[in-house]
Design a protein around this ligand. Sequence first.
Ligand SMILES: [Mg+2]
Length: 281
Amino acid sequence: MAHSIGAGGVAQPSQPLRQRLQAQLQACLPHNPDLVLVTDLDGTLLGGTPAWRRRLYAWLATERHRVLHVFCTGRDLRSVARMLRAEEEALGLAAPHLVISDVGCTVACGLSLETVPLAVDPIEARWRGRPERVLPLLATLPGLSSQPVTSDRRLAYFIDPDVLDVRHLASIEAHGVDCLISDGKYLDVLPAGVNKGTTLVAVLNLLEVHPERVVTAGDTLNDLAMFETGLAGVMVGNAEPSLKAALPRLPNTYLARGEGCEGIVEGLHHFGYGPLLAGAF
Ligand SMILES: [Mg+2]
């Protein structure tokens, strides 16, 4: 092969994207995964009964050589780390291969939780200069209070829906950001054009996997962008009503009856992954 690993294991720009990505990760990516499973966390991978969650987590841990698992969450990395420590102990949730956090604004190795420059640098470039412009404007909007998250490439607020006038958000967006309300109580201010869907597509491009092998799963409006990619999607049964309302225009998204992990498994059966689940479900 014409490509090589440089001194110290640093990938050279001439290498295929996937090798360059792997060089920035501690987690070892499955070579030719049968499935890339992309799961939101709260309400999705962390949703459902403890029994269903335990079963799905055990399956993911057993199959990690052929199921490439990606978290795709609104949480920041510190919160993901806290959650992983707690859930690994409680229900056996293993670290994923990759984490897309901050509603698509951060990409990190699932094991080390170190950010992946190959994926994050282009997002950083879109965010530069934006906080300085929008923070003073957001400070004057009634009905917003800051969420205690790190502000890497995004700003996060709790909203009071009775007070916030969403029409004002258009004037914020005029400064090169997108305003995303989720679950009726969260506002995320993101670099324009960056969301869970666009970052997932960028990550899949780095992974060089066939889109036919990808299944996404989510439950709130910040997951809509994943479903809008056209990749196979599982809307879990406990999805928020405004997300379910989008279903008619999401032809490749399946609405599960089951909640959280049960819904994910149901969706995997729907999309033909029964043989991969055989024996476990
Ligand atoms: Mg969720």
